[in-house]
Design a protein around this ligand. Structure first.
Ligand code: NAP
Length: 295
């Protein structure tokens, strides 16, 4: 039995589809308020719970052989990362051990090791990585860059208006990863020798400067791009203004700012390693967008 947390999320949903496509037993950890009908139709066992309740985690781990931890906070409030990204994973690791789980796949984030002080999600991921490594469980830690599926709504907006909003340095580099590839990698991690007890950076096959993204959209939709480039100072201004009324919200925006202010890309050697371990070719952003929005 596989236990998938964050089963209604961008990656988790794909993970459940892939596992059920192979007829494997899956327990999908979902909240009652979530949209999980599709997972049920695909034959996943639906476990209703909340990852902030340790008792739910303990119950969900019973009879489980593999765990794929794909949940995450949306960081709308300070402390959410500490509870959802950190504490829920620590509880999951503890109860996985107690239940005799054979392999634990953890969705971290590219750059988790960089020690960004102002980014609660990065800090939580880093601490969970260390906890998992010291836990005696077999593990795979995946550190993905930004997901291609995050860009689908921007691509649709571009299709309609030609407008692309770019915040921060347009020359910052990124390796957007196909969310479908990431789902496959997460599903395969427990049975790939080269993924056992490893930390793997997971990025797309090309290093893109951020201003190349609207150029890709332009090729896909055959339309001239209008790029609105806002300086990072604009985000700082909003953050400071929010902070006057709500200091917690200001702090919660720290991860967002960190993502905009820094480069997150994989070296070609890392992508080659990934492709060798999982025997696959990583998909480009252009191909991903074409598959979802033009077919
Ligand atoms: N998105 C990116 O570009 C990116 C990049 C690098 C790493 N990551 C990491 O990759 C993982 C997957 O990201 P994603 O974008 O697929 O996530 P997502 O779409 O934001 O989904 C988050 C999932 O976590 C669930 N969740 C949150 N709090 C919960 C709680 N208290 N109890 C039960 N479930 C809860 C949500 O359930 P509901 O449906 O009930 O809300 C949802 O299924 C995350 O760990 C994220 O940090 C993401």
């Amino acid at each position: 039995m596989f236990l998938v947390t964050g089963a209604t999320g961008q990656v988790g949903r794909r993970v459940v589809r892939l596992l059920r496509g192979q007829d494997l037993p899956v327990r999908a950890f979902v909240r009652l308020t979530s949209r999980y009908a599709e997972l049920e139709h695909r034959g996943a066992e639906i476990f209703i719970g909340n990852l902030l309740r340790e008792k739910d985690i303990q119950k969900a781990c019973q009879g489980v052989k593999y765990i794929i931890s794909a949940h995450g906070s949306n960081e709308t409030s300070e402390g959410e990362a500490a509870l959802t990204d950190y504490q829920a994973n620590v509880d999951l690791i503890d109860h996985a051990k107690a239940a005799g789980v054979e392999h634990f796949t953890f969705l971290s984030v590219l750059g988790a090791e960089r020690g960004y002080e102002d980014a609660p999600v990065f800090k939580a991921k880093w601490e969970v990585e260390r906890y998992l490594q010291g836990s005696s469980l077999n593990y795979t830690i995946l550190r993905p860059s930004g997901f291609a599926s995050n860009l689908l709504s921007a691509a649709e907006r571009f299709h309609q208006t030609g407008i692309y909003v770019l915040i921060g340095d347009p020359k910052n580099r990124t390796s957007i990863v196909s969310t479908d590839d990431l789902g496959r990698i997460a599903v395969e991690s427990h049975r790939r020798e080269g993924a056992q007890n490893q930390i793997l950076a997971v990025g797309g096959p090309e290093i893109l400067q951020r201003d190349e993204i609207p150029k890709i959209f332009s090729r896909v939709f055959n339309r001239e791009p209008i790029i609105l480039n806002l300086p990072l100072l604009a985000v700082d201004g909003v953050r400071n203004a929010v902070g006057l009324f709500n200091p917690k919200a200001k702090s919660a925006l720290g991860t967002f700012r960190t993502l905009l202010a820094n480069e997150f890309f994989c070296f070609s050697s890392e992508v080659e390693q990934l492709e060798a371990v999982f025997e696959m070719k990583m998909e480009t952003l252009e191909n991903f967008i074409r598959r979802y929005l033009t077919i």
